[in-house]
Design a binder for this molecule. Sequence first.
Ligand code: A3P
Length: 307
Amino acid sequence: MAEEMSYSAAIEEAGQVMCRFPLKHVDGVPLMNLIVDRWDEIAAFTPDPSDMLIATYPKAGTTWTQEIVDLIIHEGDAEACRRAPTFVRMPFMEIVSPRPIPSGLDLLNTMDPPRVIKTHLPFKLVPKGFWENKCKVIYVARNAKDNLVSYYHFDRMNKTQPEPGPWEGYIQKFIRGELAWGSWYDHVKGFWVERERRNILYLFYEDMKENPRREVVRIMEYMGRALPDDVIDRIVELTSFQVMKENPMTNYTTLPKSVLDQSVSRFMRKGEVGNWASHFSPSQSREFDEDYEHQMGGAGIPFRTQL
Ligand code: A3P
């Protein structure tokens, strides 16, 4: 809890210098300028073999998966998992914020392995140490249209991300891979082609919605854990959208409005499959699908846009 206090205080102190940071590029991938300025340090990060990575394109279900993993580690102990907000318990490896807010690497350096680490980096930018040390890696993918809608609302309320601009233009930026962390298409394909060789557990948000218990068990087994049925049931309940929406340790309400303005859009917004249908016009949907075929045809990744 002390850590959380100092983290919040640091954010308050940095409040004046928080802004919508411009993007710069690493190997063609757009990232917040502060990340790019410290790229060498990030690329050189060497995890412990016992560390685990949760990798996603932004808004694919990262926080949900982090909470499931933390509850598996703590055997369903809700109180243990309320020790601090998600971003303190499981640091966001590459994030760099204005001082005195600790960077992801600063936080990681205060923790002993085994650590659970979050990243949005595409496969080609993940520090090589994760593969050399054969760390466990969970990747979560979400269908492009829902992922795009979720990112759009997030960029409206996240005051550190570039302005989303109008909806129509945002669709084009997504298609062209111009949003922070780059192309969704390259991201989901990059981890997909490497999943077997690297022993990556590749999950889908839609599968988690369809049958959360089945996916919790898959994660548990991948982590090499075995928990009794009643504990698994509790984890499913504690990681439901409604429970996580009310939990201040998972709903990002511990961050001030200068960072995430939840009066614009809630972090725990809808949590649905198919919400894209109330955002895309028929012609936008048609054009998006045509381009999708072009970018994804032959990739063979079984995404679902409806359940
Ligand atoms: P929406 O904006 O569609 O509601 P991330 O954690 O990667 O930033 O992803 C955030 C998205 O996951 C948001 O999607 C959020 O509501 C959704 N989400 C978070 N926890 C969830 C849960 N327990 N069940 C379903 N969706 C969840």
